[in-house]
Design a protein around this ligand. Structure first.
Ligand code: FES
Length: 114
């Protein structure tokens, strides 16, 4: 299970502070932003706002959303969709937690921006 080719181990959950984010460059793919919410859930999105490609990893996490640092669009960490009046969607990368470590789905991580 731990060496499942379907999933990439990106490290322990504790590396991410609550309401924090980090980025992960994936060879051959896009830069990915990993987020941890206040309640401890972990989410991964392409690190590109659907508006003008702002770095979502530098945004503010609140509930299960992140606010883009450039023009304040709110993006759902669950669906990648822009919220409110704004329209757009960023790819979501499936995440699982196993024995305190974070895994992201390999195929989605390497897929590049759709
Ligand atoms: S680039 Fe994210 S809101 Fe404009």
């Amino acid at each position: 299970m731990m060496t499942d080719a379907k999933w990439i181990d990106i490290g322990p959950v504790e590396q991410l502070p609550a309401m924090g984010a980090r980025t992960l460059p994936v060879q051959g793919g896009q830069e990915i932003a990993i987020f941890r919410t206040a309640t401890g859930s972990i989410h991964a999105l392409a690190n590109k706002c659907p508006h003008k490609a702002g770095p979502l990893s530098q945004g503010i996490v609140h509930d299960t959303n992140v606010t883009c640092p450039l023009h304040n669009w709110r993006i759902s960490l669950l669906t990648g969709e822009a919220l409110g009046e704004d329209k757009g969607c960023v790819p979501v990368i499936p995440v699982k937690i196993d024995a305190g470590r974070i895994y992201i789905e390999r195929a989605a991580a390497l897929a590049g921006v759709v």
